[in-house]
Design a protein around this ligand. Structure first.
Ligand SMILES: Nc1nc2c(ncn2[C@@H]2O[C@H](COP(=O)(O)OP(=O)(O)O)[C@@H](O)[C@H]2O)c(=O)[nH]1
Ligand SMILES: [Mg+2]
Length: 344
């Protein structure tokens, strides 16, 4: 899944991109969206790998997209910039927490930009459908267009109230009908505050947490700079700053889960591997991440949850204690499942 790092320009998007991916931002590429692929850190995979001692250990990777920031006043180029964000499956909104402005205000203004952009797309389509309704056409097509128009009117109502398209609580089939519009306010959102050194150890303002309860904060630029120091220098600086550790790994994990993804594992002597699937996926859909043949030829999955496996220490013991299950096509994959797919 592609996750767009977005926000107003100067909020620290490219700094966060470099911190999380290790890739230096390229100004030219960032104009069209620069992609980096950081691994999602997972202590469970490290444990499995230490036990199975495979030839290869493969973490799951995210696709982070550094996007050109929206300009708050000089807005001519914003539509092009918003279009780059539309291509992402989820948004990580970066707020400027180092310059001292109001975070809540910045988030409100940014969300408004997304709302207006979505509303424009939705109302344009509604107008288009009105024109189409005047033309004669087969009943079936007319019915589909009327249904789409009713659905979009409902979505427009949410946008006009300032709520975002997600507030329309679309059914999966409704979501599919309007998927091609790539509405920004329908995407999962995670708010990240790029704080300066002076905010280390301080909680985020309650006012912000009210409108973004899962918001994260880290001194991205500082962590990036510290990583480049020698170990001795780093220790001294960290002590001075009251910094006990780095938050990069935890941030990567939180981004991953905020995008409604989960992880399952495959294990063996050849490879131990973490796979990402959307939350709520069935076992065959999970198998499809490995190979499409495994999805189509899916027969059963042998499943043991990582926690049960760790508790009992081996597959043999897990089987002995009855925590090793055979599951069919309707099984919903849990985060941390170890799966072995049986296929025809
Ligand atoms: N002092 C300070 N400067 C920062 C911080 N984060 C980013 N910057 C600087 O702010 C400027 C804009 O950052 P950048 O990551 O390019 O923002 P973008 O426009 O959102 O991509 C750069 O010169 C950064 O070095 C921070 O926490 N403290
Ligand atoms: Mg940038």
């Amino acid at each position: 899944m592609k996750i767009g790092i977005c926000g107003f320009s100067g909020s620290g998007k490219s700094t966060v991109f470099q911190w999380l991916t290790g890739d230096a931002p390229d100004l030219a590429r960032a104009q069209h969206g620069q992609v980096g692929n950081p691994a999602v850190p997972d202590a469970r995979l490290v444990f499995l790998s230490s036990l199975f001692n495979p030839k290869k250990t493969t973490a799951t990777r995210m696709e982070l997209l550094d996007t050109p920031g929206l300009h708050p006043t000089e807005r001519r180029d914003n539509p092009r910039r918003l279009a780059i964000m539309r291509d992402a499956g989820g948004l990580m909104v970066i707020l400027n927490g180092y310059a001292g402005g109001s975070l809540t205000d910045e988030l409100r203004r940014f969300r408004e930009e997304l709302l207006f952009a979505d509303l424009e797309i939705v109302t344009n389509r509604i107008d288009k459908l009105k024109d189409l309704a005047k033309k004669t056409k087969p009943t079936k097509q007319r019915e589909a267009e009327e249904a789409e128009s009713a659905l979009l009117t409902r979505v427009a109502g949410c946008l006009e109230k300032g709520e975002g398209a997600h507030a329309a609580h679309l059914r999966p089939d409704e979501e599919k009908t309007i998927r091609s519009f790539q509405l920004l306010t329908l995407k999962p959102e995670l708010v990240f505050v790029n704080i300066g050194d002076d905010r280390i150890g301080k909680p985020l303002p309650d006012e912000l947490l009210k409108v973004a309860p899962t918001a994260l904060q880290s001194p991205a630029k500082l962590e990036l700079e510290l990583a480049e120091l020698s170990e001795d220098d780093r220790k001294v600086f960290m002590q001075d700053l009251n910094l006990t550790g780095f938050s990069k790994d935890e941030t990567l994990q939180k981004i991953f889960y905020a995008m409604n993804q989960i992880v399952f594992f495959t294990v063996g002597e050849d490879e131990c591997r973490a796979w990402a699937v959307p939350k709520g996926s069935t076992a065959p859909q999970g198998a499809g991440q490995i190979h499409s043949d495994l999805e189509h030829g899916f027969v059963r999955a042998e499943v043991v949850h990582f926690d049960d496996f760790k508790k009992h220490g081996s597959m043999k013991e897990a089987k002995h204690h009855g925590v090793y299950h055979l599951e069919g096509k309707t099984y919903i994959v849990r985060d941390g499942d170890i799966m072995h797919i049986l296929h025809s």
